[in-house]
Design a protein around this ligand. Structure first.
Ligand code: DGL
Length: 281
C-alpha cells in the first residue's frame, strides 16, 4: 500500500559536473515545457572528465541524494562522464537501498546510442568525449550491442571542458585545441560521416567544431535525442509521470558562487535566472 510520502510529486532533476547539462536542460524545456526542473551543477568540482571512477561515482551519488532531498523523483544525469561511470552503481546499489517510494535515475548515453543507427550512412561514427567517457568504452559497447555493424572511433578532448567552464569557448585559443582533436579523429577513420558530441559541454564549442569538421561529416549534439527519449519514457511510465510537477518552473543550484553561475549560464540559456548556492557532501 502506498503511503502519503510515496505520492508527493517533484521537479525533474538534471545533474551535471558544471554548465554542460544546461544544453540537456534546454532540450528538455523545449520538448517538455510543462514540467518543473531542478538543475544542479557541481561547478566547484568540475571538470569530472579526468577524475577516477570512484571519485566520479561518489560526487554523482552526493548530487543525486541532494536532488532527492530537494524533492525530485526522477533524475537525469545530464553528464556523459557520470552516466558512464556512476549510473549503473547508483541504479543497482544505491537506489535499492532507499525507501520503497518511486525514484529513478536515468543517463544520457543509451538514448544517444539508440538514435545513432538512423544518423550514419557510412556506419562509421566518431565519438568526441571526456577522457573518462572514452576510457569507459561505454559508447562503443552500447553502440555495438544495438548496431554491431557500426565502427566506432573515440577520441578524448581533455581541454575542451576547462575551456568552456572558463568562458573561453569563443576565444582564439580554443581553435587550436578544437582543430587538433577533429584532425586526430578524422585521421583515425576517414570514413566517419557522423561525429557525436558525447559530452554535454561540447555544443558550446559547436561553431568552432563545425569550422574544422570536413564537409559531408555531420556533427551531432545529443540534447534533442535525450529529450525525445525522456518524453517517450514518461509516456511509458505513467506512474512516474504523475510524480512530475507540471508548472513549467525551473530552479538552479550550483556548488560554486551563485553570481558566477548566473553570469556564465546566460551564455547557455540567453535569459536571466536566479541561482542558489548548495553544498554537496
Ligand atoms: N559535461 C560532462 C559530460 O557530458 C562532463 C564534463 C566534465 O566535467 O569533464 O561528460
Amino acid at each position: 500500500m502506498k503511503n502519503e510520502q510515496n505520492n508527493i510529486a517533484g521537479p525533474i532533476g538534471v545533474f551535471d559536473s558544471g554548465y554542460g547539462g544546461l544544453t540537456i536542460l534546454e532540450a528538455f524545456r523545449k520538448e517538455l515545457p510543462q514540467y518543473n526542473y531542478i538543475y544542479l551543477g557541481d561547478n566547484a568540482r568540475a571538470p569530472y572528465g579526468s577524475r577516477s571512477f570512484d571519485v566520479v561515482y561518489e560526487f554523482t551519488r552526493q548530487a543525486v541524494m541532494k536532488l532527492f532531498e530537494l524533492g525530485c523523483r526522477l533524475i537525469i544525469l545530464g553528464c556523459n562522464t557520470a552516466s558512464a561511470k556512476a549510473l549503473r552503481t547508483i541504479q543497482q546499489h544505491d537506489l535499492p537501498q532507499m525507501d520503497n517510494s518511486l525514484r529513478r535515475v536515468l543517463g544520457i548515453i543509451h538514448p544517444t546510442v539508440e538514435a545513432i543507427g538512423d544518423i550514419t550512412h557510412t556506419n562509421h561514427v566518431g565519438i568526441l568525449a571526456t577522457e573518462g567517457t572514452i576510457k569507459s568504452n561505454s559508447y562503443a559497447l552500447e553502440i555495438n550491442k544495438l548496431h554491431p555493424n557500426i565502427a566506432v572511433t573515440g577520441v578524448s578532448c581533455p581541454l575542451w571542458v576547462p575551456i568552456i567552464e572558463n568562458n573561453e569557448a569563443d576565444g582564439e585559443g580554443a581553435d587550436y585545441f578544437v582543430k587538433k582533436r577533429i584532425d586526430t579523429i578524422m585521421s583515425l577513420d576517414s570514413q566517419i560521416d557522423t561525429l557525436i558530441l558525447g559530452c554535454t559541454h561540447y555544443p558550446l564549442l559547436l561553431p568552432k567544431i563545425k569550422k574544422y569538421t570536413p564537409k559531408g561529416v555531420q556533427v551531432v549534439a545529443q540534447g534533442q535525442y535525450v529529450a525525445k527519449s525522456l518524453a517517450n519514457y514518461l509516456q511509458r511510465h505513467p506512474d512516474m509521470e504523475q510524480l512530475c510537477i507540471k508548472q513549467g518552473v525551473t530552479q538552479y543550484y550550483t556548488t560554486e558562487n551563485a553570481e558566477r553561475f548566473k553570469e556564465s549560464a546566460k551564455i547557455f540559456l540567453h535569459e536571466d535566472i536566479s541561482v542558489q548556492h548548495i553544498d554537496l557532501e
